[in-house]
Design a binder for this molecule. Structure first.
Ligand code: HEM
Length: 321
């Protein structure tokens, strides 16, 4: 938590030192106007929630279902109950964000919770209903796997893509696809690493077979990552352009500087991802190699976490456009 706060502080302070933000300069050593740590933390809650919820669905539908010829032991380890638990955690974080945002507004503006809710309650209530559906779906996975996963997938997708079918703002629609693609790529990698690779390393008895299974899981993940990552880049570039409006905003505004910090971190994630795909993945399958991919995937995920932290600062800053 201390690291997170210092990183957000560093992004905000760098932004301030390098030039006045659109809304005018903040005081010395202060974050730029418009930036709030609580807002940034709330955004981070939403991002991590999406990563976990979509990652769990991606793991089940994009990876486990594609691996053929699993032994009973492997099937038990990868039964995906643990992925469903991560999904539930994601749904709870998304619900915390959905209810927490009006709650914080009510405190800041000295209003009642009901007064702080959006004027049009329908999308808000629909989102809560979809979150409840996703929660029930994940909770049912152990008793009725196929039904549970389908309910969870519907609930999660309708929640994350809500701006696509309710909003009028084009930037919000692009953002919804951006977060869906980013979560499909890196959220699935997170669940694959935590549940799939770690689960097999800890609990599978046969070393050789275990290494083969890890290789199968990683090979099933690659097409998902290779499809989602270009969508992340295209939607990211689109939303960046919609917000920046002119190139010079990249270095003259706090928003632009936070975006550049994010892009450096994104570049590191891409390089690590390419390394895992091109170098580590082809070497998998022999005993001991599962530890190598676990370490390198964890490294990629650590930088992905930094991308999310930088993004939480970015979306809280005033847009220059
Ligand atoms: C590892 C890759 C990336 C991840 C994990 C990631 C993640 C995210 C997330 C979670 C959001 C929030 C979306 C929302 O508010 O609903 C976001 C917003 C944004 N992303 Fe990315 N992103 C990535 C790559 C990129 C790239 C390559 C670009 C630009 C070329 C980009 C530009 C942006 C911009 C400008 C926003 C903010 C939009 C706003 O202010 O509302 N992202 N990103």
């Amino acid at each position: 938590m201390t690291n997170l706060v210092s990183l957000l502080q560093a992004v905000a302070q760098t932004a301030q030192q390098m030039g006045p933000p659109r809304g005018g300069p903040g005081g010395p050593g202060r974050p730029p106007p418009g930036f709030g740590y609580t807002d940034a933390l709330m955004e981070l809650t939403r991002f991590v929630g999406s990563f976990l919820a979509i990652g769990a669905v991606g793991f089940r539908f994009g990876i486990v279902r594609r691996v053929r010829g699993m032994s009973d032991e492997a099937r038990t380890i990868l039964r995906a109950d643990n992925a469903a638990l991560l999904g539930i955690l994601g749904v709870l974080l998304l619900a915390l964000n959905t209810l927490g945002a009006p709650y914080l507004t009510s405190i800041a503006d000295n209003k009642s919770f009901a007064e702080a809710l959006p004027k049009n309650l329908n999308p808000f209530e629909f989102k809560l209903a979809m979150l409840a559906l996703a929660f029930i779906g994940f909770a049912l996975v152990r008793a009725a796997p196929s039904f549970g996963w389908i309910l969870a997938a519907i609930g999660v997708l309708f929640t994350v893509l809500q701006p696509l079918y309710t909003g009028r703002n084009f930037a919000n629609k692009v953002n919804a696809v951006h977060i869906l693609a980013a979560s499909t790529w890196l959220g699935t990698l997170l669940v694959l690493t935590l549940v799939g690779i770690r689960g097999l390393i800890r609990r599978h008895s046969s070393g050789g077979h275990r290494a083969g299974l890890v290789a199968d899981l990683v090979n099933s993940f690659s097409p998902l990552a290779l499809t989602a990552s270009p969508i992340v880049a295209i939607t990211g570039a689109t939303t960046a352009w919609l917000h920046l409006k002119r190139l010079s905003a990249l270095w003259t505004t706090s928003y632009g500087i936070a975006l550049m910090v994010k892009l450096v971190l994104v570049l590191i994630v891409v390089v690590l991802g390419a390394w895992n795909w091109k170098r580590v993945r082809p070497s998998l399958g022999t005993e001991g190699t599962e530890q190598i991919i676990r370490r390198s995937a964890t490294m990629e995920l650590m930088f992905a976490a930094l991308v999310l932290i930088a993004t939480s600062a970015l979306v809280t800053l005033p847009s220059p456009g």
